[in-house]
Design a protein around this ligand. Structure first.
Ligand code: NDP
Length: 275
């Protein structure tokens, strides 16, 4: 784990960068295109979008204008809840590719574990994978019981589970389960959408390293073996969030950060959502 191009190997051997750019809530337009271009110019190789973000066209434009070979980038998108079904999910994948103007994705995820629907969608992802149209497939917001249920019928285990993960929601059991099954955990809202940045405990650790709170949280992700995708549209923060490969948190600091856990979510609870 040396720089922005450092990768983890998914269980099928595909290499996924440890750190990427998230673009949730960034609307189509110049700001989005510039954020993607800035990130790639800075060395980011992974971009995380989703059909529901409504910004795949701009992400695609940013990627094209960044002028980095497609094979060197790692692009993730997600199928939305309304499209969970065999045919519907295949069609949703095609639509994401069309908007992104790409001919494959590196990772395609089921966005939320909608009861009674995710297994059929998973079959569609398996088809896309077996046909070589996507490099890796995975899920998002899956709890242990969702993963167990999915894997009862699946032919291919998910390669990634992208979940809310930050020092207030450390997801230890889920992480252990994923590790046991070689499913790479990926953190969304790693910065708790900005809500942790004034935490005194984190500020204390950050000051000892001459780093920002955002940087020590992202470093904590990496040292925990969790892929992370902080979102920013500001060039200086895109750079700041990537400068996390030049220091190391001690075991004691890692434990102090772990102890901030309150099982507190900023996003919906995967066991109680209604969308
Ligand atoms: P983050 O935890 O990444 O926080 C983003 C917020 O923090 C923005 O307001 C950003 O503002 C601010 N910020 C970023 N860097 C810094 C910094 N260095 N200092 C101070 N403030 C900073 O939240 P997200 O919800 O965006 O999560 C990250 C990504 O995860 C998403 O963009 C998306 O790709 C994915 N995601 C997936 C979900 C899922 O269900 N699978 C759900 C939610 C997110 P600014 O832009 O102004 O810098």
């Amino acid at each position: 784990m040396r720089n922005l191009q450092s990768t983890t190997s998914l269980h099928n051997g595909v290499k996924m960068p440890w750190l990427g750019l998230g673009v949730f809530k960034v609307e189509e337009g110049k700001e989005l295109v510039n954020a993607v271009k800035t990130a790639i110019a800075h060395g980011y190789r992974s971009i995380d979008t989703a059909a529901i973000y409504g910004n795949e066209a701009g992400v695609g434009q940013g990627i094209r204008e960044a002028n980095v070979a497609r094979k060197d980038l790692f692009v993730t998108s997600k199928v939305w809840n309304s499209e969970l079904g065999y045919e519907a999910t295949i069609a949703a994948y095609e639509e994401s590719l069309r908007k992104l103007e790409l001919d494959y994705l590196d990772l395609y995820l089921i966005h939320w574990p909608v009861a009674g629907k995710y297994k059929e969608a998973w079959q569609a992802l398996e088809t896309l994978y077996k046909e070589g149209r996507v490099k890796a497939i995975g899920v998002s917001n899956f709890q242990i019981h969702h993963l167990e249920d999915l894997m009862t019928d699946a032919n291919i285990k998910p390669m990634v589970n992208q979940v809310e993960y930050h020092p207030r929601l450390t997801q230890k059991e889920l992480q252990a389960f994923c590790r046991q099954h070689a499913i790479q955990l990926e953190a969304w809202a790693p910065l708790m959408q900005g809500q942790l940045l004034d935490n005194a405990e984190l500020q204390d650790i950050a000051s000892k390293h001459g780093k920002s709170v955002a940087q020590i949280i992202l470093r904590w992700d990496l040292q925990n073996g969790v892929v992370t995708i902080p979102k920013s549209t500001k060039a200086h923060r895109i750079a700041e969030n990537a400068t996390v490969f030049d220091f190391e948190l001690t075991t004691e600091e890692m434990n102090r950060m772990d102890s901030l856990n309150e099982n507190h979510r900023v996003g919906p609870d995967p066991d109680h959502f209604d969308f």
